[in-house]
Design a binder for this molecule. Structure first.
Ligand SMILES: [Ca+2]
Length: 201
């Protein structure tokens, strides 16, 4: 069903049952034109053949990234909020928060699961700067490098309520942060400042 036909119909339509059926057919024809753009988000209706910037391939599944993968050697937290947004301290015993970092690709609309890229060890009673130096560099493949991924700084808690997210953001490593192959990428969000130290093998 072409959009032009639908527009023509919408102009000439009279509200008879038969016309309503045609409108429904049109709407189904347009909205069924959907595909995963590789970024985990739906393409706009009727733009199936147009990949969003940074993606190509028949299903827009290939990230336009000029390297096969990258390596992450270390992460440094330079800043995190002193307290929770409600003004209370991070830990009930009034010690400093016990901090770790995770990096993952959120589930897409297909209903698949979050893909964990990295979860660091916990640094107990952390004060900035907090260093996470990986004995084996973390390898991040091109699809993750080109996808929106979530970066979170988390306070590890023993409580049944679970850990506290200290700050959270969505980033895209390439091209947003690493287009010019920097040795360090700095991200500031929600009271946190984080440095990533990548390598390009
Ligand atoms: Ca603590």
């Amino acid at each position: 069903m072409k959009i032009g036909n639908c527009l023509f119909l919408s102009k000439t339509i009279k509200m008879h049952i038969k016309d309503l059926v045609w409108v429904l057919v049109c709407l189904i024809g347009i909205t069924s034109c959907r595909c995963d753009c590789g970024s985990g988000k739906w393409c706009k209706p009727n733009e199936c053949n147009k990949c969003p910037e940074g993606w190509y391939g028949t299903e827009c599944e290939i990230a336009d990234v000029p390297f096969d993968h990258l390596l992450l050697d270390s992460i440094i937290i330079r800043r995190f909020p002193d307290k929770k947004v409600d003004g209370t301290v991070w830990d009930g015993d009034s010690t400093q928060p016990d901090v770790y970092v995770d990096l993952y690709k959120p589930r897409s609309h297909y209903g698949d699961k979050d893909t964990l890229i990295l979860k660091t060890d916990v640094v107990d009673n952390a004060t900035v700067p907090v260093y996470f130096v990986f004995s084996h560099p973390i390898s991040i493949d091109r699809k993750m490098v080109g996808s929106p991924i979530k970066l979170q700084i988390i306070d590890y808690d023993f409580s049944l309520l679970g850990d506290d997210i200290m700050c959270s953001t969505e980033i895209r490593l390439y091209p947003d942060l690493l287009e010019n192959y920097p040795v360090k990428a700095t991200i500031s969000f929600q009271g946190c400042t984080v440095e990533l130290y990548p390598r390009y093998p």
